[in-house]
Design a protein around this ligand. Structure first.
Ligand SMILES: Nc1ncnc2c1ncn2[C@@H]1O[C@H](COP(=O)(O)OP(=O)(O)O)[C@@H](O)[C@H]1O
Ligand SMILES: [Mg+2]
Length: 264
């Protein structure tokens, strides 16, 4: 790829599968041979806990957001446990509980630009940067979006998802106007879909009607395999079984759509 693409994975609700989807997309990127960096912006630091191959001796996203120096950024990034036979690997910019300190009520423009500043220092090393965001439209999410080309919204087919997706799209529009004209919507990924659930079918219909052009296909079903692969911090592309292969192909398709330039 000619330019690095920076994609935030967001939802304004917790537990919908941001981390799961981030790892699924990273697995697709890894399988394609894209040099990938995952930035753990969520103070819960689930991605870091899953993928960290060693300690960064206190250098984390918190350090980077304090001062985006070359040293801070380089030290906070480590290779994940996902490595291949070639030099293609997935790196992690480590998360930290203390990143919550940057979740301040009135961030300045300088605060919001900090991650972008940090990325400029390392982006030539990557084809793709995925940012696992916290579950609200807080200063950390705004900082992530300011550094991003696109935002992929994760939603469950549930009662409150319609409002959550609507709010996320509005928040995106306001960020685009105030901070970052280049920011685009990469679309809505529906996760934890149960095809045999009447309720889910109904909610999918509702989402399609309201956000039609934004909903990405295919959806990601709720499966034990997905949960197991994520729990074991293994790329879904390397998980055994036919179901894992089907899921892996879904993430290939989703990544391709997210990276295509001409979505609105
Ligand atoms: N498609 C899926 N199938 C089965 N379990 C899932 C799926 N997506 C997420 N989960 C499970 O739901 C829980 C929350 O997912 P997670 O990715 O941690 O959400 P978030 O990062 O948005 O808080 C985890 O236990 C995860 O394993
Ligand atoms: Mg998470």
């Amino acid at each position: 790829m000619e330019f690095v693409q920076v994609v935030s994975v967001s939802s304004l609700k917790g537990g919908v599968g941001k981390t799961t989807i981030t790892l699924g997309l990273a697995s697709a990127a890894f399988a394609q041979g894209l040099r990938t960096l995952i930035i753990d912006m969520d103070p819960q630091s689930d991605v870091s806990a899953a993928l960290a191959s060693r300690s960064t001796h206190g250098f984390t996203i918190d350090t980077v957001l304090k001062a985006a120096t070359k040293k801070n950024v380089r030290q906070a990034i480590i290779p994940s446990s996902w490595t291949g036979p070639t030099d293609v690997a997935v790196d992690v910019l480590m998360g930290s509980q203390s990143s919550a300190n940057h979740d301040i009520p009135n961030p300045t423009k300088n605060d919001l630009w900090r991650l972008e500043e940090a990325l400029v220092l390392v982006e030539k090393n990557y084809d793709l940067v995925l940012i696992d965001c916290p579950p609200s439209f807080n200063a950390l999410t705004q900082t992530a979006w300011t550094a991003s080309d696109a935002v992929a919204i994760v939603a469950e087919p549930g009662l409150f998802s319609v409002t959550a997706v609507h709010r996320t799209l509005l928040a995106l529009e306001s960020m685009r106007q105030q901070m970052s004209p280049r920011l685009r919507t990469a679309g809505v990924i529906i996760n934890r879909y149960r095809p045999d659930s009447r309720e889910h079918q109904f909610r999918m219909g509702e989402m399609d009607q309201l956000f039609g052009q934004h909903i990405l296909s295919p959806t990601v079903d709720e499966t034990l395999t997905m949960q197991q692969a994520t729990g074991a911090a293994t790329p879904i592309h390397r998980w055994p079984g036919e179901l894992a292969q089907t899921l892996a192909q879904k993430f290939d398709l989703l990544l391709r759509q997210i990276l295509s330039e001409n979505r609105g």
